[in-house]
Design a protein around this ligand. Structure first.
Ligand code: SF4
Length: 231
């Protein structure tokens, strides 16, 4: 690298010509891009993504239409070193108001499920496929999921759990890239980038269909058999 300003300008010009020849017509000057470039200078060994860095990159996100009606971004909550991550679909009304996942009636039920497997909410990490509330609690659209998912993928990589429980159809189908109904997907472990992923019913579904609690309990018993409570 040179200190001569003429050489520096020549290098910039050369770079711009290369970009033009490659078909590039503009630059991303967003805070997210700037943050990524700042981290180029960090040694590779220090570059493990953190939940704080991911939250900072997300910012006051307006990347998809779900930003228009949300009150709070619901990023995720819990132990950053959790062995177990629960992934739901998206925030509901209570979650949107509080900015925290699973705090309404479905959240109460999830808390009871967590207790039943002899853990506490502080020991696990909880997040959703999309971080802003789809109005009327509709399913998120494929485009909304595709836009938001990279942030959850980074969160999962940063937490690096041994197990993921995918709560409901949207979470299971999205993380597994499969289309089967949750009735067929649940009750088995799958591989998600080296993490064991277990789909089960969403707690909101259990509130409407209490009989399905038996299936969820069977799934949780499978999980308890392989969970390392000593860790
Ligand atoms: S749902 Fe995700 S991508 Fe869409 S605005 Fe919210 S945080 Fe951004």
């Amino acid at each position: 690298m040179t200190d001569n300003p003429i050489d520096v300008l020549d290098e910039i010009l050369h770079t711009l010509h290369n970009h033009r020849d490659a078909g590039i017509r503009g630059f991303d000057c967003s805070g997210e891009a700037a943050g990524l470039m700042d981290r180029w200078h960090e040694p590779l060994t220090q570059r493990r993504d953190t939940l704080e860095a991911i939250r900072a990159d997300l910012g006051e996100c307006r990347r998809c239409p779900l930003c228009h009606r949300r009150r709070h971004i619901v990023f995720g909550v819990g132990n950053p070193d959790a062995q177990l991550v629960f992934v739901g679909e998206g925030p509901g009304r209570d979650e949107d108001l509080r900015g925290e996942p699973f705090v309404g009636a479905a959240g109460e039920l999830l808390n009871r499920i967590i207790q039943a497997i002899k853990l506490t909410r502080d020991q696990v990490y909880i997040a959703n496929i999309v971080k802003c509330r789809p109005e009327g609690n509709r399913n998120p659209e494929p485009g909304e999921i595709a836009t938001c998912l990279p942030f959850l993928e980074r969160q999962l990589k940063a937490v690096n759990p041994r197990f993921i429980v995918a709560l409901g159809k949207v979470a299971a189908q999205t993380l597994l890239g499969r289309q089967e109904p949750i009735t067929r997907l649940r009750g088995k472990f799958y591989d998600y980038h080296g993490i064991r992923l277990l789909p089960t019913y969403h707690p909101a579904y259990l509130l409407r269909n209490p009989a399905a609690k038996r299936d969820v309990w069977a799934d949780m018993q499978m999980l308890m058999k392989v969970y390392d409570y000593e860790d």
